[in-house]
Design a protein around this ligand. Structure first.
Ligand code: NDP
Length: 327
């Protein structure tokens, strides 16, 4: 496993990490969750990603039980939570980035994950109704209390991230260190263009999500629609509608041919494509089966089988290279 600094911070994160969205406390049983965590840890993963909204808190409960049972040295791994959407309640103050909800969400995550502190704590989305100063003050306070170590954002615009830094600088507080954006072969703009300046100015780190576009970047959707997969789940029909288009499937077929020619699998090619971006600190993997994770971790072993020249072939297939602004 390779370890990378999380932006300009002093903390190092494994280039591949592991998250629990859709799976833990929902799609898969707790035994499978435990096997997946063990597999990830054994492959050198040192960051496990979670959020209050995942299975309405149940995902954190499952992960917490596993962390406790595994008895891994607390210094050997990092665990996160994300707040904004709440864990099911929709009353005023049960969601958002106000001081009350952020504080209560942090306390709930600590309780459910059974840890004394969160290594990373994310604002899961921007909150236009809460003053930026209130959010930054709260995160700074949680750090001072020793309840979280680093804080960051998820799916914020570059402007919002800069506003947080401006507020932090003005008030002499600790600003956000990392952003958690979607990044994969089909979704590139934010990471490759919008945040471009932030990597060098504020030293933004990134913990990117959905490297396989929820499994679309694997050969399984090319033929007859498969049973028992994420994009076949009824509650995710919106995601299927958005992702499984004929245009994308056509590209997936061509990408799969390139992978086969290189002697790697399509998920490995797609994960490698994310890892090779130097502005990606860690690629958060998801999996419903240990065999998937085993396959995905092999990406780090097959790096030499994927020459950089292949990028031109991939760009020709994807036809979505973002146009960089002049700065
Ligand atoms: P992926 O895009 O990699 O999708 C993972 C899913 O793809 C698996 O659960 C599995 O689904 C399928 N899959 C994985 N490996 C393979 C393989 N080798 N062959 C075939 N199918 C495979 O990542 P996620 O969307 O899960 O995102 C990763 C993590 O990022 C999440 O767990 C979460 O922690 C975080 N995240 C953060 C968000 C945010 O807003 N901040 C939003 C979404 C995720 P199946 O077997 O069911 O088909």
């Amino acid at each position: 496993m390779e370890y990378r600094y999380l932006g300009k911070s002093g903390i190092q994160v494994s280039a591949l990490s592991f998250g629990s969205w859709i799976t833990f406390g929902n799609q898969i049983g707790d035994n499978v969750s435990s096997d997946l965590m063990a597999c990830a840890y054994d492959h050198g993963v040192n960051f496990f990603d979670n959020a209050e909204i995942y299975a309405n808190g149940q995902s954190e409960i499952v992960m917490g039980k596993i962390l406790k049972a595994m008895e891994w040295d607390r210094t050997s791994y990092m665990v996160s939570s994300k707040a904004y959407f709440g864990d099911g309640g929709k009353l005023p103050n049960q969601t958002g980035l106000n001081r009350k909800h952020l504080t209560e969400a942090c306390h709930a995550a600590l309780r459910r994950l059974q840890v004394d502190y969160l290594d990373l704590f994310f604002c899961h989305r921007p909150d236009k109704k809460t003053p930026m100063e209130e959010t930054v003050w709260t995160m700074n306070h949680l750090i001072q209390q020793g309840k979280i170590l680093y804080w960051g954002t998820s799916e914020w615009s570059a402007l919002e991230i800069m506003e947080a830094h401006k507020a932090a600088e003005k008030l002499n507080l600790i600003g956000p260190v990392m952003e958690q954006p979607q990044y994969n072969m089909f979704h590139r703009e934010k990471v490759e263009v919008e945040y471009n300046k932030l990597y060098s100015t504020v030293g933004l780190g990134t913990t990117i999500w959905s490297p396989l576009a929820s499994g679309l970047l694997s050969p399984k959707y090319i033929g007859k629609f498969p049973q028992g997969t994420r994009l076949g789940r009824e509650e995710l029909s919106w995601l299927k509608e958005r992702s499984v288009t004929e245009e994308r499937l056509d590209k997936v077929r061509k990408l799969n041919d390139v992978a086969l020619e290189l002697g790697v699998s399509l998920p490995q090619l797609a994960i490698h494509w994310c890892v090779q971006n130097p502005n990606v600190s860690t690629v958060i993997l998801g999996a419903s089966k240990v065999s998937q994770l085993e396959e995905n971790f092999k990406t780090m072993e097959v790096i030499d089988a994927i020459p950089s020249e292949v990028n031109d072939t991939l760009e020709a297939i994807l036809e979505n290279k973002p146009i960089h602004p002049l700065w």
